[in-house]
Design a binder for this molecule. Structure first.
Ligand SMILES: *[C@@H]1O[C@H](CO)[C@@H](O)[C@H](O)[C@H]1NC(C)=O
Length: 295
């Protein structure tokens, strides 16, 4: 089990890497501008914690608003008693500095790794030499001309043969549909195809169940929750298997099942996507599995 698990880790990390933008788009799509909140009040001792808790259910909207009013950066204190400090930014120059040019100045640390334990071993939670190594690996995989060409072909194929077909069908039968759900399905398929080399097929006329996409959203929600509550609180909930921690556990199971299913399908039919030409090993999962360092 432990060997199998360690093989899955980079795949997990890559899955998360690709699905994060999906989650971001999804969350942005649900933004509503009826918000009248002001900048968080900085109380003594409790700092901004009460405002964060009050806005937990619409964290993206709330942070967007605060960032817009604070010149794209603000500092915040973590939950009372934890001594945690946050620097929240949406300034591209800062983001580039933190994630790319000077990322070594910003080690993630053990607390962060604990919060994102579902991605343990992946680029989001590791530091030092392993992080440098995995960055180099991911960069080289994602910039491979072969993969880029394939992503282009997949994307065109998806839009032509699924999205347009879907729109045509809905228009000809005058059926209404949920655009946000449709986009989630499209983004999920588009993210999973380069990752596994097979099409999960969430975007199709029969609208199959989308547990894996929902589980991905749950993972992100619970991560937010863990960031804003004291560590002792979510760790206790995890031990008791209640609330968000229970949801996370279920989501983890769904995602493991999904990854396994994709791997099985990839093994059975290595060229199940595309125009029938064989592209052995041109997907992110294969490039990790073929690398002795990760297996
Ligand atoms: C950021 O990195 C560059 C080189 O990558 C270096 O020249 C610069 O001094 C670094 N800045 C800080 C604040 O560490």
């Amino acid at each position: 089990m432990s060997i199998m698990f360690s093989q899955e880790l980079p795949i997990y990390a890559a899955l998360v890497l690709l699905v994060l933008p999906l989650y971001y788009l999804y969350s942005k799509a649900s933004c509503r501008s009826k918000n009248t909140a002001v900048l968080p009040t900085n109380w003594p001792i409790l700092h901004m914690f009460p405002s964060f808790v009050a806005n937990l259910h619409k964290m993206n909207d709330y942070f967007t608003l605060v960032l817009a009013r604070s010149g794209h950066n603000f500092r915040a204190h973590g939950p009372p008693g934890t001594g945690m400090r946050f620097f929240v930014t949406c300034d591209p120059a800062n983001i580039r500095h933190i994630f790319t040019t000077n990322y070594t100045n910003f080690p993630k640390g053990v607390e962060f790794a604990a919060i994102f334990d579902i991605m343990s071993g992946g680029i989001f939670t590791i530091d030092g030499e392993p992080a440098r190594r995995q960055r180099t690996k991911i960069k080289s995989v994602l910039s491979s001309p072969c993969l880029v060409a394939r992503i282009e072909a997949w994307s065109r194929d998806k839009v032509e043969n699924n999205l347009l077909l879907f729109f045509t069908h809905m228009a000809s039968t005058s059926t209404s549909f949920n655009m946000q759900e449709l986009m989630s399905r499209l983004m999920f398929d588009l993210a999973a195809m380069p990752l596994f080399g097979v099409d999960p097929g969430l975007l199709s006329l029969d609208m199959p169940p989308m547990e894996a996409a929902v589980a991905m959203d749950t993972v992100m929600e619970v991560a937010y929750f863990r960031v804003v509550v004291p560590a002792s609180c979510w760790k206790l909930m995890r031990r008791l298997n209640i609330g968000p921690e229970r949801k996370l556990k279920a989501a983890h199971k769904v995602l493991c099942g999904f990854v396994m299913e994709m791997m099985e399908r990839r093994k059975i039919n290595p060229s199940s996507v595309g125009n029938g030409k064989q592209h052995e090993g041109v997907d992110i999962m294969s490039s990790f599995l073929d690398d002795p360092y990760y297996t």
